[in-house]
Design a protein around this ligand. Structure first.
Ligand SMILES: [Zn+2]
Length: 575
């Protein structure tokens, strides 16, 4: 029997509902879940939830042996709305053109704006094991796939206008804030960027002084959508429009291919067309006149379909983006995140939280803590003492119905790898020497054993660690500091220097550095720590840091000692 859902496992619970709903609506057919992404600029890491929630549900459906189609709509027939700050502002002349007709930013290998921003997202999704059926809306509209739906919507334009009218006054009220209270400026900006990617930012619903028309043509001369439909004949499908560029034209809508339904009509049309059972939406869709709410009416009243079920998912914030990255004017993308973390870890952020829970993805040193947390969960799972929630979130992170994601054969602590990358500036020979010394009883034979985690940690140091926080091991002893040492400090340093060889491993050196202040106080090395001892240990560590790297703190001391090597440590400590 397939696994049954439990309260701890939100994915299984949602899959139960989706399968039941699909059996009601489309018995015997594959379950259809959907996501939509507008490649209007760099696709923000926060937008990943739009894909991950349906992905995880689709994956659970597939794990139960039921066919599932995850439709990912690339909303690339949307108009270019604005040019991102870091792109040449001369691109503003393309505002109003479909994203597939706008040239890619300078230097891009891709043919169009849409392709330029879609391609890296496709790579990231493939790396994360997300299986989907990508649909280019440009391809659908320009091939005439939606002609019947377009003609139907135009025939029913009064009815659609009426439905929209029910909400127009309500919608005039400020839409629900997509940003949690107390959000930082960065988070607010991220929320705005995330909303840009959802299609929800298109507010034009087709109303104009010439009447209501739910179809918006792209001008055949300037290819922009600064157009107004001025008349339409239901019998012949003859449609006239004018454009701000001065062009006006009469076409047969049944043969017309350069235009699309306005967003609020387009979305429900596609629910019906694809038979979507499950599609979550962002919290920005909670307001009364939102496209999700209006779409729920239009899909049944006009297109004879049903609104998908699905949760409103909460905001995902990003914190700790380095100055370096933000100065490039770039918003962090899923591809950026995968440069510094393994694929399963990014999946885990989504698997362990219900879609309604907001959370923040930290790109700074908080990532080290997240990795520690993951490693602890992995040990509990292996040891058979993990909670139900831990087990399901872990399992959904490391595998899909198609198989396991790549993992690092020997997952050393990320913070250790980052420290080693920092100290060695990535030198492979030094890195291998230090990593082999971590556990001399079970040394590392090749860096491949610690990859790809090592590569991600090296990239983290290169892109996220501010230059001022880089570790610079002294080449020469600091004579002034050494001359000023007290007898007790000299004694402590001698205890450390004398014990180095015997304790030359990560565990051994950890014991040694904590033991030195105890031995000095005449206590055994395994004495229980007291407040006095802890203060003495802090002072001792600060002293060693000063002599080795000239600062009061640094990478964990045992890692730093291993990196420096016994001879250099002894020299710098005055031995
Ligand atoms: Zn024009």
């Amino acid at each position: 029997m397939p696994p049954q859902s439990t309260d701890a496992d939100w994915v299984a619970r949602m899959a139960d509902e989706v399968i039941a709903e699909s059996e009601l609506r489309a018995p015997g057919k594959p379950v259809v879940v959907a996501s939509g992404i507008s490649p209007s600029g760099p696709i923000h890491l926060g937008n990943l939830r739009e894909i991950m929630v349906p992905h995880l549900v689709a994956d659970e459906v597939r794990r139960r042996g039921i066919a599932c189609d995850h439709v990912l709509s690339w909303d690339d027939f949307d108009r270019l709305r604005r040019v991102p700050a870091n792109i040449d502002q001369s691109w503003a002349e393309h505002i109003g053109r479909p994203l597939t007709s706008v040239p890619a930013p300078p230097g891009s290998p891709y043919a169009s704006w849409a392709e330029h921003f879609r391609a890296p997202m496709e790579v990231a999704l493939a790396r994360m094991g997300v299986e989907y059926r990508g649909i280019s809306q440009t391809q659908m509209y320009t091939s005439g796939a939606y002609v019947d739906q377009v003609l139907l919507a135009m025939r029913e334009r009064e009815h659609i206008d009426q439905v929209l009218g029910r909400y127009r006054t309500k919608a005039a009220a400020r839409p629900a804030q997509a940003t949690p209270a107390g959000a930082t400026a960065d988070e607010t900006e991220a929320a705005a960027a995330a909303a840009e990617g959802s299609g929800a930012a298109s507010e034009d619903d087709g109303a104009s002084s010439a009447g209501y028309f739910p179809y918006k043509p792209y001008c055949s001369v300037c290819d922009r959508d600064f157009t107004t439909v001025t008349s339409y004949d239901d019998e012949t499908t003859q449609m006239s429009y004018t454009c701000q560029c001065g062009h006006s034209e009469t076409v047969l809508l049944k043969d017309h291919r350069r235009g699309k339904l306005v967003w609020k009509v387009d979305w429900p049309m596609r629910w019906a067309y694809e038979g979507v059972i499950f599609e979550p939406s962002g919290v920005d869709h909670q307001s009364p006149g939102s496209s999700f709410v209006v779409g729920g009416q239009l899909v049944s009243e006009i297109f004879g379909g049903k609104q998908p079920i699905g949760p409103m998912y909460a905001f995902v914030g990003i914190s700790g983006m380095s100055k370096m990255s933000s100065s490039r004017g770039a918003v962090p993308t899923p591809g950026d995140a995968l440069e510094i973390m393994e694929e399963f870890l990014l999946r885990w952020l989504y698997t362990r939280r219900r879609p309604q829970q907001a959370f923040t993805i930290a790109l700074d040193a908080e990532l080290h803590r997240l990795y520690d947390e993951w490693d602890a969960v992995e040990r509990r799972v292996a040891g058979g003492n993990a909670s139900e929630l831990d087990i399901s979130a872990y399992d959904r992170a490391i595998r899909t119905a198609a198989g396991e994601l790549p993992r690092t054969p020997r997952p050393l602590p990320y913070r250790t790898l980052a420290s080693v990358a920092d100290i060695t500036t990535g030198d492979p020979v030094q890195t291998l020497r230090i990593l082999s010394d971590l556990d001399p009883g079970h040394p590392i034979a090749s860096l491949d054993e610690v990859r790809p985690r090592l590569d991600r940690a090296q990239c983290w140091v290169a892109t996220q660690l501010p230059a001022a926080q880089r570790t610079r091991l002294h080449d020469e002893p600091d004579r002034t500091a050494l001359d000023a040492l007290s007898d007790s400090e000299r004694g402590a340093l001698k205890l450390l220097a004398d014990g180095l060889e015997e304790h030359w491993s990560l565990d051994g050196l950890s014991q040694l550095v904590y033991a030195v202040p105890k031995l000095q106080a005449g206590l055994p090395a395994d004495a229980k720590p007291t407040p006095e001892l802890k203060a003495a240990q802090r002072q001792f560590f600060a002293l060693v840091y000063r002599l080795l790297i000239g600062t009061e703190t640094g990478p964990r001391l045992p890692t730093l000692l291993l990196a420096a090597g016994p001879a250099r440590v002894r020299a710098l400590l005055g031995g």
